[in-house]
Ligand binder design. Sequence first.
Ligand SMILES: NC(=O)c1ccc[n+]([C@@H]2O[C@H](COP(=O)([O-])OP(=O)(O)OC[C@H]3O[C@@H](n4cnc5c(N)ncnc54)[C@H](OP(=O)(O)O)[C@@H]3O)[C@@H](O)[C@H]2O)c1
Length: 306
Amino acid sequence: MFGKRKHTPQIDKDQLEILENAQRRVKQKKRLYLHFVLFLIGSVFLIIANTFLGIGKDITFFGKEWFVFAIIIWFFLLIYHVFNVFVTHKFMGKAWEQKQLEKLVSKQQERIEKLKANLVQEETLKLEREDLAEIQPKPTKKKSELTIIVAAAENNAIGKGNQLIWHLSDDLKRFKALTNAHHIIMGRKTFESFPKPLPNRTHVVITRQADYKVPDGVIVVNNLEDAIDASRNDVQPFIIGGGQIYEQALNLADKIELTRVHHDFEADTFFPEIDHSIWKETQNTFHQKDDNHDFEFSFITYERKL
Ligand SMILES: NC(=O)c1ccc[n+]([C@@H]2O[C@H](COP(=O)([O-])OP(=O)(O)OC[C@H]3O[C@@H](n4cnc5c(N)ncnc54)[C@H](OP(=O)(O)O)[C@@H]3O)[C@@H](O)[C@H]2O)c1
């Protein structure tokens, strides 16, 4: 579409010089080889011409036939050629090689100088960054992950008459597994909806009543902030309801473990709407309706974006 690009050779001056020199050497050696072959054929021809064909049979020097001297002179010429190729040109080649080597060394030295300069610059920058990092306060990692755990219908219904509306055994199992050995923070009404405290969990009950009586081991506080403070040594305290406490905790929580029951229910208590600009869904597992579960439901995890 855009036509052929003009081809520009990517070879530089020095490389070209190396190439030309190599080609020259090959040609010199080829010529020498040809000369040697010609010498052999020529010598045989001179011997035959003189001995068998009788050419210049009467010409002799110092009592020897002329072809002997012709061959000797040619032989010396050949020796001179050999000397030229392997000694004279080799010495010339050495001088050239030396020049190339010097050029290469000076180029490498230039590069080393540049690298050294870059290294010094990088070191200075690194030190500056380290100094800056020391001055700047380090972000402190949050100690615990406050997690809301809730089962809510499609219309956000969560309870009626201070009771849960449905029975989903897998949801209860998940609740037990996730909250096991943790603090569970709840409103007074939710606490009263249990027949007795749940085993192996630390209950934190929120009430405005001054003398609210609870079994041993249950912590009573008068507001949500105190409940969170009472759970500060837990890596993952859970807010387990009900409606009033969820409403207040949604702004403070880091995570929501929601069981979304795919059905609408009549209710008197509801979970607040989840704002998707604040909460990011990170996990979602769907469960079919079956003999133990009257409704379809999904386990959904949300994490706070901001
Ligand atoms: N589906 C679920 O996952 C789920 C989970 C839990 C509960 N639930 C349901 O939710 C319903 C109960 O929820 P709910 O909203 O009625 O009650 P709740 O939130 O459990 O408890 C409300 C009580 O908590 C205390 N409280 C609330 N805010 C307070 C504050 N800022 N400071 C001090 N005390 C405070 C008050 O106790 P005092 O009146 O004693 O002062 C208030 O009456 C039930 O139907 C239950 O089954 C559903």
